[in-house]
Unconditional design. Sequence first.
Length: 316
Amino acid sequence: MSETPSEDLPRYPLILNPKAKSERGKRALNFVMQNATRFVIYATRSREESVELARELAKKGEPVVIAAGGDGTLNAVVEGLAGSRTILGVFPTGTMNVFAREMGIPFDQLKRAMEVIDAGEKKMVDLFTLNGAPFVQMAGVGFDAQVIEETTWQSKKRYGPLSYVMTGARLLRERPPKLTITTPDGQEHEGVFILVGNGSLYGGQFRFFGQADNADQLLDIVIFKESGYRMVLESLKGVARGGVDMQFPSDSMVYLQAATLRITADEPVPTEVDGELHDRATEINFARSDTKLEVFAPAEPLPSKWTDFLKMIRPW
């Protein structure tokens, strides 16, 4: 059976960073240019420009906008589309591609990611905000945001993902901030580091938030009550058993679900949304957006080379 001629297929606005230096980024740029008749290409120079472009395209009534990049580019486009009816298409070209993995979008071949968009299957996903900044996958207050903040470009260029591990190992020895967490029903908890999930994945392909569902209108919140290497060991234990949840046996972690959350800190602490550094603050408020985001995604996750590998090493 012959393929449908490209001139009969829709042409989509596509926002990308043309300066991507990784091999994956270069391959993505080649794919886009080889299929340029399928796209109206917007090459951006900054996060702010990506946000504004997505916002303007949504205001003009574009039915679809594709984000081509990593989780940072995706978060910028999500911010621009928040509150609109424009459908998000995802070309995962970054290192981790956490949201794409969460949604079952192929991240190893852009041709297959394009097929997901052309197939037209969609899912509605919750949007939340951290001090007004939208996020679609996860957010953090404290330790992980500080790791992002203090890992230099030179270190990332030299050591790759290992650079974050090196920064984290150093920060584990420092005194953590004191955080007070207040839930909508008035409960108070104290901690030193907080991870908040809309989806279940954190840091890549590993399930961390055991009860998360990005369409249930709830955030899944993990409060770490102490820092240091025990925090790392407890996290690894949670990942090994398929995610932390409300039954997770730990006296150093608390698992909650809530639609909103208020956090106060005894000093300005760094925050991040979808793996991108946001700001430092002494008061952090999480809220649910009034609207959801519509995303092209397969009804069932499509297999990839990576999932095949995971099946071999994790038979359970």
